[in-house]
Design a protein around this ligand. Structure first.
Ligand code: HEM
Length: 416
């Protein structure tokens, strides 16, 4: 129709998005003076939405599909081609069940216990006075734990390179510079490795524990009743391992918060489980990680009177919503207390997507993420360490954002 055409600006904003990062959607919204923005990305009509009602609208399959929504550079780095992220309807739900089935309470506890073991071992190996980079250390700790958990055998010597590849896949999705090419290479290497393993498990050459993620993914059958293509199975195995390692982003952010507002160190040490959980939610709300999620309009739609043409790209502003003053009074203040006596609505706090993870695209690893952070943040708060001079800035124009220095700390002689 002519209306949608009029709303979509002629000028493309792809470059602007790359320059403004997390601020791009919120800035546009401010200029537009409303909840909805019309733009053009990669030449295509794009509509940006924000807020719990918009999230409800976005996660309705009658409105938004994922097929054809994720740009090739993001698939080639972050998720992998053919990943669950790109599926819709019955094939999505069927594949999604496989992920959800891996994240039982008991399985998560095993992962957390293993992570704590690896963490304690790493911390014990630190030499007083010798600086360590928390982001890198944590990426290796989680890599060890999650590989053992999913049933991937990785030699000790191979852990640093694997951890660095898994981090690279996340780190390079939002840019087209050198970080992006590193991410493509890392993914190519690791997809081949994972597909080979799947193939070996299927041929009975490699042994793997029953019920482990490797086993489940290797034996999973699609809606067509056929096993997944080995490459896709490898992609999905990486879709468990990679984002679990990415929890190191939040660990570095948590350290940043504890350093910047030391009052929370004491509260984390004495506040008990409810306080720790509130702290973890505030870290996930406050710090920038996933900027937005995107889909395509299934048909001509309208949202609060604004037209959304069929096939338009629709973006839900995760970062913007997590900093909306209507939802979070004083949104740029770090205040774990805001979560102490608050029910968490599935469409309000959305650092890992909104809605129901079993039926929609919401992250199936959110409970796992929270469980890992519940275990690790009190341990962070208990470290006896110094924070030497370094660049602790977090640039909102770098997607994904991270603490620039990676958070360097110098272990002291005492651990509390
Ligand atoms: C989906 C964020 C950890 C597995 C997502 C989405 C986001 C997200 C924003 C997209 C939601 C949507 O498309 O609507 C994060 C963040 C994490 C994290 C910030 C913390 C580091 C995990 C973990 C796992 C995981 C630990 C697995 C153990 C997945 C999968 C999907 C997904 C498989 C695709 C779901 C689908 O399309 O149905 N995540 N995630 N994530 N996440 Fe996570």
């Amino acid at each position: 129709g002519s209306m949608p055409a009029r709303r979509t600006p002629i000028l493309d904003s792809t470059l602007q998005l790359a320059l403004e990062g997390y601020g791009w959607l919120p800035n546009r919204r401010r200029r537009a003076g409303g909840d909805v923005i019309h733009a053009r990305l990669m030449g295509q009509p794009t509509v940006g939405l924000c807020g719990p009602d918009a999230a409800r609208f976005f996660y309705d399959e009658e409105h938004i599909r994922r097929h054809g929504a994720i740009p090739e550079p993001v698939q080639a780095t972050l998720f992998g081609h053919g990943a669950v992220h790109t599926l819709d309807g019955e094939s999505h739900r069927h594949r999604k069940e496989m992920f959800v089935s891996l994240m039982t309470g008991e399985a998560i506890t095993r992962l957390v216990d293993r992570t704590i073991e690896e963490w304690d071992e790493a911390v014990d190996s630190w030499v007083p006075g010798q600086p360590v980079t928390l982001f890198d250390e944590t990426s290796r700790v989680i890599t060890r734990a999650v590989c053992a958990w999913v049933g991937l055998r990785v030699k000790d010597d191979d852990v640093p390179a694997l951890a660095s590849d898994l981090v690279a896949m996340v780190d390079g999705f939002g840019t087209l510079g050198p970080r992006h090419w590193q991410a493509r290479l890392a993914r190519k290497r690791r997809e081949e490795w994972a597909a080979r393993l799947v193939d070996e498990v299927r041929r009975g050459v490699a042994e793997v524990e029953d019920g482990s993620a490797v086993d489940v993914v290797a034996r999973h059958r699609g809606v067509d009743g056929k096993p997944l293509d080995a490459r896709i199975a490898g992609v999905e195995l990486l879709n468990v391992v990679r984002p679990t390692v990415a929890v190191c982003w939040f660990v570095a952010f948590a350290a940043h918060a504890l350093h910047r507002w030391p009052v929370f160190r004491a509260r984390l040490r004495s506040g008990g489980a409810a306080y720790t959980e509130a702290f973890v939610h505030e870290v996930r709300r406050f710090y920038p990680f996933a900027p937005f999620v995107g889909g395509r309009a299934v048909k001509d739609l309208s949202w609060r009177g604004e037209p959304i043409p069929a096939h338009a790209i629709v973006l839900l502003d995760l970062y913007g919503q997590n900093h909306s003053p209507q939802l979070w009074p004083d949104p740029y203040a770090f205040r774990p207390e805001r979560f102490l006596d608050r029910e968490i609505d599935p469409f309000e706090l959305i650092p890992q997507g909104g809605g129901d993870p079993r039926t929609g695209h919401r992250c199936p690893g959110e409970t796992t993420t929270v469980a890992l952070l519940r275990a690790l943040t009190p341990r962070l708060a208990a470290l006896g360490h110094e924070v030497p001079d370094q660049d602790l800035s977090i640039s909102l124009t770098r997607v994904p954002a991270r603490v620039t220095s990676g958070f360097v700390l110098t272990p002291g002689h005492s651990r509390l």
